[in-house]
Design a protein. Structure first.
Length: 95
C-alpha cells in the first residue's frame, strides 16, 4: 500500500518569528513505522502569502518523521535563511 498528497503548512503572519512549523498527516491506514518510507518536499504552488518562485528559491528544509502505525506521520518545515511566515505548500508520499 502507498499514498501521496499535499499539506498546507501555516507559519502565521509576518513578524511572528517562527523558526519551525510542524503539521501532522493522519488517516494513513497501512503506514508502518518499521517498514514504510516517507518523503516530503516543497510543492511550488502559490499561496496567498508566497509565489511559486518563493516556493522554489526560499531555503526551506522539509522533513517527514514520527510515523505512527496505521495513523500517519509529521512533517517539519523550517527556513534556512530566516524565520518562516505565511502558508507554504508541501507534497508528501509514502510506500
Amino acid at each position: 500500500m502507498s499514498a501521496s498528497g499535499t499539506a498546507t503548512v501555516s507559519a502565521g503572519a509576518a513578524g511572528t518569528l517562527t523558526n519551525e512549523v510542524i503539521v501532522s498527516v493522519t488517516g494513513q491506514t497501512g503506514i508502518l513505522a518499521a517498514s514504510s518510507e516517507v518523503d516530503a518536499w516543497v510543492q511550488p504552488k502559490a499561496t496567498t502569502h508566497h509565489s511559486v518562485d518563493e516556493h522554489r528559491v526560499d531555503q526551506l528544509k522539509v522533513d517527514a518523521y514520527n510515523i505512527v502505525d496505521n495513523t500517519g506521520f509529521d512533517i517539519a518545515v523550517r527556513c534556512e535563511n530566516g524565520p518562516l511566515y505565511g502558508d507554504w505548500n508541501i507534497a508528501w508520499a509514502w510506500a
